[in-house]
Ligand binder design. Structure first.
Ligand SMILES: Cc1cc2nc3c(=O)[nH]c(=O)nc-3n(C[C@H](O)[C@H](O)[C@H](O)COP(=O)(O)O)c2cc1C
Ligand SMILES: O=C(O)C(=O)c1ccccc1
Length: 389
């Protein structure tokens, strides 16, 4: 499954001969500002925002920036292959789109457009439980594109069971269970703007289309939408859950299960004991615990604890191809990217998301080559140096 990602670089140069420049910048760190200019402060505040004074989000970036690549020369890198096998599935590159809820605040085409972009580029799409489109419609939009389902583990067992059954029937092959959001964190940017999409019923599509959820309402959603929203807010997550509760998920889902939001090596060991298949080392892009450890600093310790018993994914702060390289060098098997593709969607719908995927992977391909690697497998700790703090 070799795809020549760096061909995108030549395509851009050659288009330049006719005077055509890319519709969006190829430095993806510029997308946030452009999206804010286009969509205004409310929606972008929600996507860009993070917990507390933003210290975790900044620490995520700093921990990646502090690690520097030490390139090696004369290693024959003329043929490269970014493909990997993850959770038993062949992927064209070590990248998936992170679950990002409420995407209709970015673009009316929302999750189906992001999912189509992922499918067009061959990259897995992780659909959020809090999507603005029901999972069946997203699955249909993707054709046979690889899709994984992110579970917000609801208080109500019947709702959780119903989500799992629907996800299975819609062709989602792996389950990502998010553990770091039993409550929404203190997010000043949203509080100061009094902007929370769910309060307007955005991001509730899977719930409002679910028979088990609807059975818990006194009146149909259209007769009392506020009551339906409050029912969602009260049950989408459950701060009372503990490790033994995972048994129920293990029994109810026969594909791979990955725990998202693991930062401590002991939690990785518990994941192994609970029969899980993987973890995502993540602090939710700095949106949950203000003051949390940077995800990249937590990664090597979790990788060590996981050994070869878990597939270790990484997210929180990936903005460029060289960030992906660094995550691989710290031991991740694949990365998820969140905000950059949400901005790509906001700026140019499906094409914007495809632009983000192609830029990330073209840059990763070139970073690998210029550092002396023809694929992800040979990248390791010896490729990085840490700048003194
Ligand atoms: C607007 C927004 C909504 C998100 N919604 C979800 C969600 O529904 N479920 C989930 O597990 N993670 C969610 N996340 C977290 C992402 O999956 C991911 O962990 C994070 O965005 C990674 O950091 P990055 O944005 O720096 O790439 C959300 C993130 C953002 C920015
Ligand atoms: O905003 C988030 O980070 C998030 O994870 C979320 C939680 C509930 C609904 C939608 C998104």
């Amino acid at each position: 499954m070799t795809k020549h990602w760096a061909d995108f670089q030549y395509e851009i140069y050659l288009n330049g001969m006719t005077g055509a420049v890319p519709r969006l910048p190829t430095d993806l760190t510029r997308l946030e500002e452009l999206t804010e200019q286009r969509l205004g402060p409310g929606p972008v505040g929600y996507v860009a925002g993070s917990a507390g004074n933003g210290s975790t989000a900044r620490a995520n970036r700093a921990a990646l920036e502090r690690r520097r690549i030490v390139p090696r020369m004369l290693r024959d890198v003329h043929e490269r292959d970014l493909s990997v096998e993850v959770l038993g599935r062949p992927l064209p590159a070590p990248l998936a789109l992170a679950p990002v809820g409420v995407l209709s605040i970015m673009h009316p085409d929302a999750e189906p457009a992001a999912a189509r972009a992922a499918a067009a580029q061959g990259v897995p799409y992780i659909l959020s439980s809090a999507s603005s489109t029901p999972m069946e419609q997203v699955a249909e939009a993707m054709g046979d594109g690889e899709r994984w389902f992110q579970l917000y583990w609801a208080k109500d067992r019947e709702v959780t069971k119903s989500f799992l059954d629907r996800a299975k029937a819609s062709g989602f092959t792996a389950l990502f269970v998010t553990l770091d959001t039993p409550l929404l964190a203190w997010r000043p940017r949203d509080l100061d703007q009094a902007y929370l999409p769910f309060l307007h019923g955005v991001g509730t599509a899977n719930y409002f289309s679910d028979p088990a959820f609807l059975a818990g309402l006194a009146k149909p959603v259209h007769e009392d939408p506020n009551a339906a929203v409050m029912h969602f807010v009260g049950m989408f997550a459950d701060p009372a859950k503990t490790w033994p509760d995972l048994e129920f998920l293990r029994e109810s889902w026969d594909g791979p299960i990955v725990l998202k939001g693991v930062l401590h090596p002991d939690d990785a060991r518990r994941a192994v004991n609970a029969g899980m298949d993987g973890v995502v080392v993540s602090n939710h892009g700095g949106r949950q615990v203000a003051g949390a450890v940077a995800a990249a600093d937590a990664l090597p310790r979790v990788v060590e604890a996981a050994g070869d018993r878990l597939t270790v994914f990484f997210d929180s702060g990936i903005r460029t191809g060289d960030d992906i390289f660094k995550a691989l060098a710290l031991g991740a098997e694949a990365v998820l990217v969140g905000r950059p593709y949400a901005y790509g969607l906001g700026l140019d719908g499906q094409a914007g998301v495809e632009h983000v995927i192609r830029c990330l992977l073209a840059e990763l391909d070139l970073t690998l080559a210029l550092s002396g690697h023809s694929g992800p497998a040979s990248v390791g700790a010896e490729d990085l140096e840490e700048e003194p703090a």
